[in-house]
Design a protein around this ligand. Structure first.
Ligand code: ADP
Ligand code: MG
Length: 430
């Protein structure tokens, strides 16, 4: 029928526009390298934000002692403690707790929010039991993962640029978030020092390095896409501070947001409007932005049942579209594949861009230096087809010989344990 042909035409057009042939990916990777250079040259030198992390020491494995971490980046926040046993003992013991933030505190005053966080932390510290020891006379130290835009001013200070993700507290904007937390801890008599303020990519890089000394970059594929890598400080023209002893400076770089489920919804909506794909009327739910989330899309994409039962159920449960034919469901799966493949291949190009910037996209004189990239985030972890495609595209772009030197490793829980490790490597007692 005309309907079907029009829907297929929209799908084909989408496929064409989402096309990522290898030549295009190489261009993306090259452009990425160019923009990274520009972003390092001057503040505002590129739309690609190259933010200095002030982390000049990644964990070595020798870290010892008790360290805390606090991860604030959404509606939940987590507190964590880890007892590090040095080269031999490694992670001796760790514990964490998840605390939810009451919605009214997300739009209240800075004082109230940080008081709440400090109180939850104090409560957690009070449960510190067997297996955890702070050295006599020493202050407890904390790594603070704060996943909001911050203008960092040192390893343990940074001013909030703006709140995101539903937070809106006027009096925190422009303030040093470490100062806010420290003052709140003082108010309730919690004796703890913030040793490191980090972003989740930096935490993941730290966790990755702790497990593998060849880790040179970290990529988060979660709600957003973001990356961090180790740069040589003298390759950063805009850095006017002292050169760190290690000669390295880690940068964090925002690649792009990925709203895969929403893209799928928009195309389905267009099919409904322009091709009457779901009948004579457009299903009302289909018009609601962000109603189709990426985990739903992922579930449909991975549906292996012969009648695509999962696809049918998702369309019915989420979009209230019933009685879909197998042919229609197949088309939905194809659409998911187009959208996921595009995102995965572009992510791969971004990763290759970082490798290029570091000169690790070639094998020099047969020297096989390993490059480990620590990956984390819900998308990478749970969307199997996405991560598989991303990894095979990295191989495709690098070629066989270089691919053998590049390892993509899932680094679990960087924002938690990674931040604690950075507190250890930036401890006042070193
Ligand atoms: P954040 O960036 O907010 O810290 P996470 O790393 O926790 O995010 O990942 C959450 C994101 O991962 C979700 O927004 C979603 O896009 C994606 N995700 C989670 N579960 C799945 C899944 N089963 N399939 C596909 N994507 C998923
Ligand atoms: Mg996260």
């Amino acid at each position: 029928t005309g309907r079907w042909a029009r829907a297929v035409a929209i799908l084909k057009e989408m496929e064409e526009k989402c096309g990522t042939p290898i030549g295009k990916l190489r261009q993306v990777a090259d452009a990425m390298t160019v923009e990274m250079h520009a972003g390092l040259a001057s503040e505002g030198g590129s739309k690609l934000k190259m933010l200095i992390s002030y982390v000049d020491n990644l964990p070595t494995g020798d870290e010892k002692g008790l360290f805390y971490a606090l991860d604030l980046g959404g509606t939940n926040f987590r507190v964590l403690r880890v007892q590090l046993g040095g080269r031999e003992g490694r992670v001796v013991k760790q514990e964490f707790e998840e605390v939810s933030i009451p919605p009214h505190l997300m739009t209240g005053s800075s004082h109230e929010l940080f008081d709440y966080i400090a109180a939850a932390l104090a409560k957690f510290v009070a449960t510190e039991g067997e297996g955890f020891h702070v050295s006599p006379g020493r202050q407890r130290e904390l790594g603070f993962t704060f996943s909001f835009p911050v203008r960092q001013t040192s390893i343990a200070s940074g001013d909030l640029i703006k709140w995101t993700k539903g937070f809106s507290i006027e009096d925190t904007v422009g303030e040093d978030v470490v100062g806010e937390l420290t003052k709140a801890m003082e108010r309730i008599g919690l004796d703890m020092r913030v040793a490191a303020l980090v972003n989740d990519t930096i935490g993941t890089l730290a966790g990755g390095r702790y497990h593998n000394k060849d880790a040179i970059a970290a990529v988060i594929l979660g709600t957003g896409t973001n990356a961090a890598y180790v740069e040589r400080a003298h390759a950063i023209p805009k850095w006017h501070g002292l050169l760190p002893k290690s000669g390295e400076m880690i940068f964090e770089k925002i690649i792009s947001g990925m709203y895969l489920g929403e893209i799928v919804r928009r195309v389905l909506c267009r099919m409904a409007e322009e091709a009457n794909f779901f009948g004579d009327t457009v299903p009302p739910k289909l018009k609601i932005p962000f109603i189709l989330r990426t985990p739903h899309m992922s579930a449909m994409h991975h549906d292996t049942s012969p009648d695509l039962r999962v696809v049918g159920k998702k369309l019915k449960d989420i979009l209230e579209i019933s009685n879909t034919s197998l042919k229609m469901r197949k088309l939905v799966v194809e659409l998911c594949d187009i959208v996921a493949t595009r995102g995965a291949r572009l992510s791969a190009a971004g990763i290759v861009g970082i490798l290029k910037k570091l000169g690790r996209d070639t094998v020099r004189d047969g020297e096989k230096q390993k490059s480990v990239i620590a990956l984390d985030g819900g998308l990478f972890e749970h969307y199997t087809k996405f991560s598989a495609c991303m990894q095979s595209t990295v191989k495709e772009l690098l070629g066989e010989e270089v691919s053998e030197t590049v390892v993509i490793e899932h680094s679990n829980d960087g924002s938690g344990i990674g931040a604690a490790l950075l507190a250890a490597s930036h401890s006042q007692y070193l």
